[in-house]
Write a protein that binds this ligand. Structure first.
Ligand SMILES: Nc1nc2c(ncn2[C@@H]2O[C@H](COP(=O)(O)OP(=O)(O)OP(=O)(O)O)[C@@H](O)[C@H]2O)c(=O)[nH]1
Ligand SMILES: [Mg+2]
Length: 294
């Protein structure tokens, strides 16, 4: 009997949801960074193992501050598939359960999906007994089918997660071809790769106030030419992205180009610009044009 279902990965920002997806599937699908609010859209990926097809949705992390328009949209994105999904992987970091984790838990409680509680980053937990203690003391145990400690980064505990997913996956024909399915457009993948390099290279200096837009992509005979713009909201941020003598944007461009060359299995020419678009983060039309609001 075949099994197939939608599995949403939900939790506070930065707990390692995207790292888990990438390492579980063994392929980079979703960008990751040590900074908060890295994932901004729902990222889909399908993995078929034997008679079981798992359709994952990596969601934007739940964040404490929802005053900004962009944050309100991100939250909407996290929740938009909630009625259709079969399984929720609710993720926290170690045995830390903060107010924001509680907020995230409140958001998923109403869903009919089967819920698995995943404690990630256990490689950072010195005393493993803390994890058991946490589960013992946890007030909402009845919400979840299982409590699973993992390290997404060290690929530890994945077998148990897979077994629990399969247990609760509905009997169903496969929704997607067994050989896989490409959900995200190539333009989106390019903007995400560039955005990851911006976030990773600037980190806390310039948190998440950036957006990337692909202006041109040209598949030539033995090179792919890409021109893209990095948007920031303030003049000062543009200076940070460019760096002195253009050093920073060069580093960003080089690391993005390397990853793009792997993706296209071809030489890539990448031209990056940085532009100021005032208050883009609070501009609804603009968010829409970037695909953040839809
Ligand atoms: N030590 C350790 N670090 C981890 C583990 N999993 C993820 N990380 C790190 O945690 C940070 C956040 O990881 P992400 O996968 O981007 O987190 P996320 O939950 O997708 O974040 P948002 O998209 O902002 O919601 C990165 O620096 C990861 O390398 C883990 O198992 N152990
Ligand atoms: Mg993420």
């Amino acid at each position: 009997m075949k099994k197939c279902g939608l599995i949403s990965i939900i939790g506070k920002t930065n707990v390692g949801k995207s790292t888990f997806l990438n390492n579980f599937i063994g392929k980079k699908i979703s960008i990751t960074s040590k900074t908060v609010q890295t994932t901004r859209s729902n990222i889909f990926a399908v993995e078929t193992r034997g008679q079981n097809q798992m359709v994952f949705i990596d969601t934007p992390g739940v964040h404490g501050n929802i005053n900004k328009t962009v944050n309100r949209y991100l939250r909407k994105k996290t929740l938009e598939n909630l009625d259709d999904i079969d399984v929720i992987i609710f993720m926290i970091s170690g045995s830390m359960f903060t107010q924001v984790d509680q907020k995230a838990l409140n958001l998923i409680k109403r869903s009919k999906a089967k819920k698995l509680f995943v404690m990630n980053k256990i490689d950072l937990v010195k005393n493993k007994g803390d994890l058991f203690q946490f589960v013992d003391d946890f007030k909402h145990k009845d919400v979840f089918e299982a409590f699973l400690p993992i390290s997404a980064e060290q690929i530890d505990g994945f077998q148990a997660v897979e077994e629990e997913i399969i247990k609760v996956l509905p009997n169903s024909d496969f929704l997607f071809p067994e050989e896989g399915y490409k959900f995200q457009t190539i333009n989106f993948e390019i903007t995400e790769i560039i955005r990851e390099k911006v976030i990773r290279n600037l980190g806390d200096e310039l948190p998440h106030e950036t957006a990337v837009h692909v202006e041109r992509i040209d598949h030539k005979k033995d090179i792919v030419e890409i021109e893209a713009e990095i948007f920031v909201s303030k003049e000062g941020q543009k200076k940070i992205v460019i760096g002195s003598n253009g050093e920073k944007i060069k580093i960003i461009g080089t690391s993005a180009r390397r990853e793009l060359e792997q993706k296209f299995a071809s030489k890539v020419f990448l031209k990056l610009w940085c532009k100021v678009k005032k208050k883009w983060i609070d501009n609804q039309d603009y968010l829409e044009s970037l695909g953040i609001k839809n």
